[in-house]
Ligand binder design. Sequence first.
Ligand code: PMP
Length: 353
Amino acid sequence: MSRFFSSKYKNLTPYVPGEQPKDTQFIKLNTNESPYPPSENAVRFASCAAGGLNLYPDPTCSDLNAALAEYLGVSADEILLTNGSDEILNFAFMAFCDENHGAAFPDITYGFYPVFAQLNNVPYTEIPLKEDFSINTDDYKGLNKTIFIANPNAPTGIALSLNEIEKIVKSCPDNIVVIDEAYIDFGGTSAVPLIKKYDNLLVTQTFSKSRSMAGARLGFGVGCKEIIEDLNTVKYSTNPYNINNMTMAAGLGSLRDNKYTEDNCKKIKENREFASKELKALGFELTASSANFIFAKHPEMSGKKIYSSLKEKNILVRHFDNSRISDYNRITIGTRKQMKALISALKSILEEN
Ligand code: PMP
């Protein structure tokens, strides 16, 4: 730390992203990326846009915004596109929380929420998940805080029903409820239609997972016009050109090729069912995942040991140093071939044990 670092950030513990080894020999099941390339349409649109990189991008993202609005069945002024959904989540902390208006989220959830809270000097409450890692919705009802809930949750993959989400939103009319739907295309029901009914709901989604565009950094928030106006005030006060030309074009290309995304989601779900069955046969215990990952533990081997043994066999999964979940590993769903390689590696690891 330099002697110039602002005192307001001195105690900040930054988010630790999953490993991104340059070494391509790894079977990479650690950061919930799609194993499939982006749609050819997205790649073509992006390469056409590369020729226009001398110009600043359209700060309103008007074409992409219109296409996304049509796809989601909302108006263009009910959407804000951002640099990954991480950015809209940070904007939500900036816009709807402060020293006097804290945040609340589960104790086991996306690890960036506490970091955004610390960054923005927001006091936060971590609400324990139940023993089986499900969310007790009663804990959030009428809570006088800005609520952040990932649905499906990460790293458990467990989803709340739309009815349960609505009950939370309805019970907190004077607070914003953010539903982070990064994994919604792999299971669960989106809360987007509820934005027409509730002026305190912000739903966030991403092109990173189901649309195979993690490297492009494209996410968005959907909420009533007034919420989006507030978030735009934050955006135009930090980075008006937050989406670059190539990403904007790739996003449009992807939206014009929805069948490709739907087919990939179907394959991921099938691979999830295949891997779950095989893992259970090896004695693993799994949460009921509606996402593009599995959360698994084995009664005879520690989570850390499984993680490092897999790494020795060139398979990367994600292990979290959090006492409640240290027995577990989060395993991204890859291709059928990758899942078969995972299962056979785990078989020999268990035998060696
Ligand atoms: N929410 C959750 C629950 C996530 O797991 C992630 C990905 N790590 C994000 C949001 C952010 O993803 P992105 O910024 O790539 O859209």
